[in-house]
Design a protein around this ligand. Structure first.
Ligand code: SF4
Ligand code: SF4
Length: 95
């Protein structure tokens, strides 16, 4: 299967995707319902969502985190990812 690209950069090199703090998550499933990228699956055994398809996450989207009632979802530092993407644009010669 062809590598997934984001603006000409391999998506796998951009670590932008959510992390769920299971100690805080109440299992409301709001993140699953609102994600446009089908990033989450529901883990029946855990009783929590899991980040099943991290590369589907829309780079710089934080929609699920904003809608999470328990503030259980976090993302990497955006400024650091912006800086990384800048380097990757040079590496892959994309503007
Ligand atoms: S929205 Fe937050 S509290 Fe609700 S299932 Fe997702 S991570 Fe858990
Ligand atoms: S940030 Fe956006 S695309 Fe990524 S998992 Fe959350 S809602 Fe889905």
């Amino acid at each position: 299967m062809a590598e997934k690209l984001w603006e000409g950069i391999p998506r796998s090199e951009i670590p932008w995707y959510p992390t769920i703090n299971l100690d805080l998550c109440n299992g409301c499933q709001s993140c699953i319902d609102t994600c446009p990228g089908d990033v989450y699956d529901w883990d029946e055994a855990l009783g929590h969502p899991i980040v099943a398809r991290p590369e589907n996450c829309v780079v710089y989207c934080m929609g699920c985190a904003k809608g999470c009632p328990e503030e259980a979802i976090t993302f990497p530092n955006k400024d650091e990812i912006v800086a990384l993407v800048k380097q990757l644009r040079v590496k892959y010669a994309v503007s």
